[in-house]
Every structure is written in structure tokens, then in C-alpha cells.
Ligand binder design. Structure first.
Ligand SMILES: [Zn+2]
Length: 284
């Protein structure tokens, strides 16, 4: 008969470390192996990133890796190592590749968000802030005469952490909408509007639309689950038009790549670069 001991259980890394501190090592156990890092192709953690699939859906990771490899088109190889709970180490081979991919966040696979951050040596995976993710968003319905840089700064910082402003729409001014890159907290419902007080004491309501928005819930407005799987709704059972407070109107429609290229504007002003290390320079 198999006998189980009381201490025959899985213990945490912290507990193991505490235990190791108390142990007296044998002579053989005290011999150290040198970790040698030679050769050009040896990946180094300095250029790694950590990612996490921010969705309830079970995704085929192997397919995701394949898709990202082809989309990213990195200069050097990139390797993926799956961790627990949807987390993945993304081993870029050079900083340049990592910077480019992190700058072009958000990345979606199967309409689910793959949130990424630079790898930090020794940092517990659970303490990465994956719920903070940059998005390009547009604010419509602002009178043309009030759209200026200060308003863009105020709006961006009211929505989240403003990272960049694309302030050239046509000939150095906005016409239809302001375009901002903001790091938003996806553990909260998506913000739909921005209210402004006008000089005459009235109120203007700007409408926010998001570019490359992953699947989200039309009932509670959260990224990470779809409307049918919502557990946050307090409106009782059933989905009907009256309890859908969100909809596809919050997305900027995806255009084909050629159109997208024409839309690309070159007036991006970087406001914050806190998400990256010094080596990861932010660009548009
Ligand atoms: Zn929901």
C-alpha cells in the first residue's frame, strides 16, 4: 500500500528558498557549475519580454506563436516558453526586436489580447501589471476650435496614462478626432465618453473609440470575456438590447493594410515612456 507523508505536498518557491537557507549541503552538493554564455545565438534575458493572454478562452498557443512570428517579422529569432495561467516568456534575441514589438502593442490573437511587458530578472510573474495595456484611441465629437494640445493631454490623462499623441490629422491640426495612445486599466470597464464643460456653462460629450480592440463584453464593458459569459452583470438573466451598454460602435473598424498605411500619420509626440526600460525607445 502506498504511504503518503504529511509533508508530501507541493511547496512554493519561497518555502523552498527558506528551506534551503536551513540546509547543510553535502560536499558533492557544494560544487558549483559555471553558467557559460557564449556564442552569438545565445538568448539573453535582457531582451526578453513576458506576455499573458488576457481572456477566458482557451487558445491554441502553438498557433498563436506561429501567427505572432509571422506578424512580427523580427530581425532575429524569437522563442516562446509557456508558463502557468496563460503567461508566456517571449525570448527575443535582440533589444531592437523587443522594442519594436512592445511599441506596437496591443497584440491580438484570435481577438484576444496578449498583454506584454519587458522581462525583469527575478520578478515574480504574478506581479507583472498585465492589466495595464496601451491602446490607440480616438476621441470624436469635440468642437474643432477646442481641440488643442492641452486638451489632448487632459483627455489622455483622464482616461489612463497618456503615452503619446498623434496630433497631426490634416496639415498639423485635428479635424475629425484626436488620436491618443493611452495605457488603460483593462480590469475596469472600457470608457465610452469624455465629458467637457464648455465656456458657456454647457456640456459637451466626446465619444471614445478604440483601435485594435480585442473581444469584450457588451454588458459590462470589460475586456477578457464575451457577453454570454458575463458574470459581472447585475441586470438579471438574459441579454437584450436594454442591458447592452456597449457595442461594436466602440471599435475603430479594422481597415485593410493598404488603407491603414495611407491613414498613418507622422505627427506622433511621445508623452511617456515609463512602460519600457531605457533601451526601449518609444516610437509611433
Ligand atoms: Zn461582462
Amino acid at each position: 500500500m502506498e504511504e503518503r507523508f504529511d509533508n508530501d505536498k507541493i511547496i512554493s518557491t519561497d518555502e523552498i528558498n527558506e528551506l534551503l537557507g536551513k540546509l547543510k549541503f553535502l560536499e558533492e552538493e557544494s560544487i558549483q557549475i559555471m553558467s557559460t554564455k557564449g556564442g552569438k545565438n545565445n538568448q539573453r534575458f535582457e531582451s526578453w519580454a513576458v506576455g499573458k493572454i488576457m481572456a477566458m478562452e482557451h487558445l491554441n498557443r502553438e498557433v498563436m506563436y506561429k501567427v505572432f512570428r509571422s506578424l512580427w517579422y523580427t530581425k532575429e529569432e524569437v522563442h516562446f516558453v509557456a508558463l502557468k495561467e496563460g503567461a508566456v516568456i517571449v525570448k527575443f534575441s535582440c533589444l531592437e526586436d523587443r522594442s519594436q514589438i512592445l511599441n506596437n502593442m496591443p497584440w491580438l490573437f484570435d481577438k484576444c489580447l496578449f498583454s506584454m511587458a519587458p522581462f525583469v530578472k527575478g520578478k515574480n510573474i504574478a506581479s507583472y501589471e498585465f492589466w495595464l495595456s496601451p491602446f490607440w484611441l480616438r476621441v470624436y465629437n469635440i468642437p474643432i476650435e477646442v481641440m488643442d494640445r492641452q486638451l489632448a493631454l487632459d483627455v489622455g490623462n483622464a482616461i489612463g496614462e497618456l503615452m503619446a499623441i498623434d496630433w497631426k490629422d490634416r496639415n498639423g491640426a485635428w479635424t475629425e478626432f484626436m488620436r491618443l495612445k493611452v495605457k488603460i486599466d483593462i480590469s475596469k470597464p472600457l470608457r465610452r465618453v469624455m465629458k467637457f464643460a464648455s465656456e458657456d456653462g454647457g456640456e459637451m460629450i466626446g465619444v471614445i473609440k478604440y483601435e485594435r480592440l480585442p473581444n469584450f463584453c457588451y454588458m459590462c464593458g470589460m475586456i477578457g470575456h464575451n457577453t454570454k459569459k458575463c458574470q459581472n452583470s447585475t441586470e438579471g438573466v438574459g441579454i437584450n438590447d436594454s442591458n447592452l451598454h456597449y457595442g461594436s460602435w466602440i471599435r475603430v473598424p479594422i481597415m485593410n493594410p493598404d488603407q491603414d498605411k495611407n491613414m498613418r500619420r507622422n505627427g506622433v509626440e511621445i508623452v511617456k515612456t515609463t512602460i519600457h526600460t531605457n533601451e526601449d525607445k518609444e516610437e509611433s
